[in-house]
Design a binder for this molecule. Sequence first.
Ligand SMILES: NC(=O)c1ccc[n+]([C@@H]2O[C@H](COP(=O)([O-])OP(=O)(O)OC[C@H]3O[C@@H](n4cnc5c(N)ncnc54)[C@H](O)[C@@H]3O)[C@@H](O)[C@H]2O)c1
Length: 167
Amino acid sequence: MLMSAKDMKVLLTGGAGFIGSHVADAFLKAGHEVVVLDNLSSGNRENLPAQARLYLLDLGARELGEVFAAERPDVVDHHAAQISVTASARDPQADARTNVLGMLNLLEACRRFPVKKLIFASTGGAIYGDTDRLPTPEDHPPLPCPPTASTSGWESSTCATTPTSTG
Ligand SMILES: NC(=O)c1ccc[n+]([C@@H]2O[C@H](COP(=O)([O-])OP(=O)(O)OC[C@H]3O[C@@H](n4cnc5c(N)ncnc54)[C@H](O)[C@@H]3O)[C@@H](O)[C@H]2O)c1
């Protein structure tokens, strides 16, 4: 079980954000080492627990490979994302730069420096859209409306079909 194994190094993207910062606390509490990658576009440095080291870097940066080479994480937990529905409608390309190209950059780093596990928390409501089926099951047909819903859905399926380890 992931949470009972000690001494794992976790590279947490978006660790300065709402969900990522709580996940960082939980990993540390469970005895793991946490390295955060975040560009602080919506996150806040003050959210970070003191024990978590921060790489202030964009997900799409070429230097991402250098972070992997230096840290060699066991686990990548991916929470860095552009989550604003209105921002995605205003600037779909900026949304895709993080949620599509940034994600691909991360997957490429996971391929070059194999990790044991890649964790991705997808979104739910934006992908399934307005539906009468509540709670909405995972096999419900997606009805993504704003661009960020489409890119989130794409991230989920890409994660599910991309091997993260060559071992
Ligand atoms: N908040 C929710 O209710 C909810 C629900 C389900 C799923 N999710 C998913 O969880 C993940 C995190 O959501 P959140 O609510 O914590 O969002 P958030 O905006 O609070 O956190 C996202 C973090 O990613 C960072 N970031 C954004 N773009 C980046 C980039 N290009 N490079 C590096 N860092 C970048 C931000 O600075 C921020 O710290 C997203 O994938 C979101 O879709 C959120």
